[in-house]
Design a protein around this ligand. Structure first.
Ligand SMILES: Nc1nc2c(ncn2[C@@H]2O[C@H](COP(=O)(O)OP(=O)(O)O)[C@@H](O)[C@H]2O)c(=O)[nH]1
Ligand SMILES: [Mg+2]
Length: 299
């Protein structure tokens, strides 16, 4: 299956519901908007955006003189795409090394995403280094090491339980001395209490900045699409603590909860850098708002 098919497969439930709403009548009445909103709420689009569809979009649709449900859906799609398009581009040619700090709670797919990203960058001819700043479990270090081997990336780690900021510092130094293009740092997602985790991440960020003022170029939060509205809470906590520059949404293969992409963008206005559509090394894709909204609402 290609990525779009996988994404469409996951979002097919929403698409089927919306097709039924469109076929269910031709009047653009309250019932149309209500059933549409319900389908989108089930898909985790979030109350905030659904309210907007009800308020702003409905006025716009009236003003445009749209008369059929399929025309109205096409217009809603356009408006959703406009809402999803956050333009801040990923830095193309930052001074070396380009440092990407990857954060997120346990199990969302941070390490896997780093492996996929390393693959993508290696294939594009970049020299990549992975730094194991998730020192919480020995298994986490080993897992990242395997991804480094698979992708031909350099690898920097210390022992389990080591100070994560010290690993980050070592990795920065190694990246600079070896002329690495991109350094990607893995981090822990679970410490005894949440404040510990945030303190650790803030310390890592401070150490990186002190070492190289333009770094990190990216602080990427990874969220799991199947976590639904919890992903919103996670984004809030991490954004407040370290200031996110981008999002990665994983596990969009086989979930009907793809609306979270819309909810997150709307709430935080942070670009979605990548989406994960499987466990394999190639299963990382750029986020294309048009293709995404098409997959959700039907083409
Ligand atoms: N289906 C699917 N599984 C994924 C995706 N990304 C990661 N995973 C799986 O999620 C699990 C946790 O991933 P991991 O990278 O260890 O998460 P971490 O704790 O955040 O580092 C693993 O079994 C991964 O294979 C994805 O896009 N789709
Ligand atoms: Mg991990």
């Amino acid at each position: 299956m290609g990525f779009l098919e996988r994404l469409k497969d996951g979002l097919s439930k929403t698409r089927t519901q919306i097709a039924a709403i469109v076929k269910g009548g031709d009047t653009i009445d309250d019932e149309f908007f209500e059933t549409l909103s319900e389908a989108l709420i089930v898909a985790d689009v979030g109350v905030d955006l659904v309210d907007r569809i009800f308020d702003d979009y409905r006025d716009e649709i009236k003003r445009m003189g749209v008369s059929t449900r399929s025309e109205a859906c096409a217009l809603i799609k356009e408006m959703l795409v406009a809402d999803l398009t956050v333009t801040k581009a990923m830095e193309d040619f930052p001074p070396k090394p380009w440092v990407v700090l990857v954060v997120g709670v346990n199990g969302v797919g941070k390490t896997t995403t780093i492996g996929k990203l390393a693959q993508e960058l290696s294939v594009a001819g970049k020299r990549v280094m992975l730094g194991a700043a998730d020192t919480f479990r020995a298994g986490a270090i080993e897992q990242l090491k395997i991804w480094a081997q698979r992708t031909g990336s350099d690898f920097v780690a210390q022992h389990e339980g080591a100070d994560a900021a010290s690993v980050a510092f070592d990795a920065m130094e190694a990246a600079k001395s070896r002329g690495v293009d991109v350094l990607i740092l893995d981090t822990a997602g679970r410490l005894h209490v949440k404040t510990n985790l945030m303190n650790e991440l803030e310390k890592i960020t401070r150490v990186i900045k002190r070492n190289t003022p333009h770094a990190p170029s990216e602080i990427l939060l990874v969220v799991d699409a199947t976590n639904g509205q919890n992903a919103m809470k996670q984004a809030e906590a991490f954004h407040e603590s370290v200031g996110l520059t981008g999002l990665v949404i994983t596990k969009l293969d086989g979930t009907a909860k793809g609306g979270i992409a819309l909810a997150l963008t709307r709430r935080f206005n942070i670009p979605i850098r990548k989406i994960g559509v499987g466990e394999g090394i190639e299963d990382l894709q750029d986020f294309n708002p048009v293709a995404y909204v098409d997959a959700m609402l039907g083409v």
